[in-house]
Design a binder for this molecule. Structure first.
Ligand SMILES: [Mg+2]
Length: 133
């Protein structure tokens, strides 16, 4: 799959890449450091990702703001977006499901747990029919 990871923390970006290479998965990860950069990329006319993995706490534009703009866009609203966050805030969780997400995953602190959780998320999406524009 083509994955768009929207995440401001370089360590988190490396963690996902490490997981994918360690598990010998063939997914391609494109990174965006914040919501604005992600929207710019998605609207650039380049090929759209199969899924989006979205952090919530980011500077400039929060994940929730990004999600609202994405879901109001006639083309981009179909992209399955899985929130990947450390926020256990119930208000965030409810707001994300209200706007429209494909999943809400709390990032475990331990790397092994992270790897196993992410493996499940990616395997699940890999067997789905994807919109892919
Ligand atoms: Mg962050």
């Amino acid at each position: 799959m083509d994955i768009l990871l929207i995440e401001d923390d370089t360590i988190e970006i490396m963690k996902l890449q490490r997981t994918i290479s360690k598990l010998h998965l063939k997914h391609k990860v494109k990174e965006a450091k914040n919501g604005e950069a992600a929207l710019e990329y998605l609207r650039s006319g380049k090929c759209l990702p199969d899924i989006i993995l979205l952090d919530l706490n980011m500077p400039r534009m929060s994940g929730i703001e990004f999600l609202s703009i994405l879901k109001a866009d006639e083309t981009l609203k179909y992209l399955p977006t899985v929130v990947l966050t450390t926020s256990e805030n119930r208000a965030d969780l409810l707001e994300c499901y209200r706007i429209g997400i494909a999943g809400y995953v709390i990032k475990p602190l331990k790397y092994e747990d992270y790897e196993s959780k992410l493996h499940k998320v990616l395997s699940y999406w890999d067997i789905n029919e994807l919109v892919k524009a």
